[in-house]
Design a protein around this ligand. Sequence first.
Ligand code: DGJ
Length: 557
Amino acid sequence: MSKANRCNPGIIVALVLAGTLSAPVLGADQNNTIPHLRKQGTATQLVVDGRPFLVLGGELHNSSSSSLEYMKPIWPKLADANLNTVLAVVSWELLEPEEGKFDFSLVDGLIRNARSHHLRLILLWFGSWKNGVSTYVPVWVKTDLNRFPRARDVNDKALDILSTSNAARDADARAFAALMRHIRKVDGQQHTVIMMQVENEVGVLGDSRDRCQRCHAANEAFGKPVPKELMDYLQKHKDSLLPDVCDAWQAAGFKTSGTWEEVFGSNKPHDKNWRKRSFFTDEIFMAWQYARYVNRIAEAGKAEYPLPMFVNAWLDQEGYPQPGEFPSGGPLAHVMDIWRAGAPQIDILSPDIYAPNFKERCEWYSRSGNPLFIPETRGDGRGAVNVFYAIGQHGAIGFSPFAIERIAEPNSEIARCYGVLSQIAPLILENQGKGMIAGVVLDANEPPQKLQLAGYTLEFKLARHWSFGAPEYAAAIVISLGPDEFLAAGRGLTISFSPNTPGPAIVGLATVEEGTFVDGRWVHGRRLNGDETLSGKGLRFFGGGYSIQRVKLYRYQ
Ligand code: DGJ
């Protein structure tokens, strides 16, 4: 089959994303530049006050940030748990309780209180949709069904979901623009707010698409030709499209025009296997409708204050395989190309990862040059340590467990992970995207893992202790510091080294130091040897305690 007649087999293609890397008007990385995204090697970094920034974050429960009083005891708790960023909701219903009348007091209070605890903010715009439904829209929107029609299911039942109408889109965009204008006014110099999430987990729940008869963007548009902008995008990017959408397009004959079902095929019957998707054309159609709508909102916001903006996805998973069981049309990995085509103002497509296959989801969301940012995930013991994998292996911009106020106790796993990562963040950021970092997470039931780094193969095994047994899980991040020298941080595992370059075959440990970074300077603690280095065979991170170790290697035979 010639190249023009097949889809890209899913290899990672590093593209510079439209809209992603647009530096703000102020130019180079002076301290007064607006937070923005910048490419470093293969990584995309978030630049805040002229320096790359690693988001060690946490997302609050949905209602916490609606009361400044309620938040009072939470701020110090989060700062003590080593977070540097809080993800907090700003809702349309509280921002614009009456049409055209805005109340910024909550936003001002959040910014003021975050600042006084030396925390940054990522604000989550709960506008037209939150978890698919539209419960956060103001009452004047909720009750005006004529102006703001609801999505309808196959039985013409009204859903608690705004249809993607122009009226709702424009009203939402006006409110979001007002919010961004206000943030620029109160925070344009200090940059407490560093990114924005536009809407929350959009998509139709309860059916695979919106079937509202009187809504242009619903039934009517489904029967019409696929818009030219999308067809042009698909043809222009044909060689770098991901599977799924491309497979559907290919199976229908790579047509260059036609209705949605002509171009992507008819919807297929239900398949119980969540990895074999059906109702796929409906989902592609909804992804386009949501992407266009959200793009308009982001565009209106960026025109006022161009902070980086992302959307988040409620993922498909075992037991909920069909569009409509998860929000149909959300920015899921298999419709990333549609979102890229429809929403160039959105810089990052983010997964909310509660599913067990964390690593696979990170891989899917790192394709096509999409920067990895995880706004929601599990933050309990095993969930927290995934941060080492996301940052170490995928150059993630940041990590943020959900319900952070519940889990971020001073000695919690997430506090300890962030404690170590905040010390080495400057080193991570300096080396991101240059092939100098590896990250690992390992469960008790998993075999040892091997990774290549800086001329060596590193083998990671769970650290079994002769009298204390093995931990349930382990994690580490390793950074190459130069020839034959590594810094590793983590818990619960051993790391041994073998050479990948010509020369003597055996690797010895010249020196191993444990230490901490104080104000960016390495302060060594114990010199490690004996049991602590497997008698010279490798690094050892005992049980549940975290440490940072620096090793120099030599070779002999
Ligand atoms: C995902 C949503 O995005 C959050 O706002 C919250 O509702 C969590 N689910 C609850 O687990």
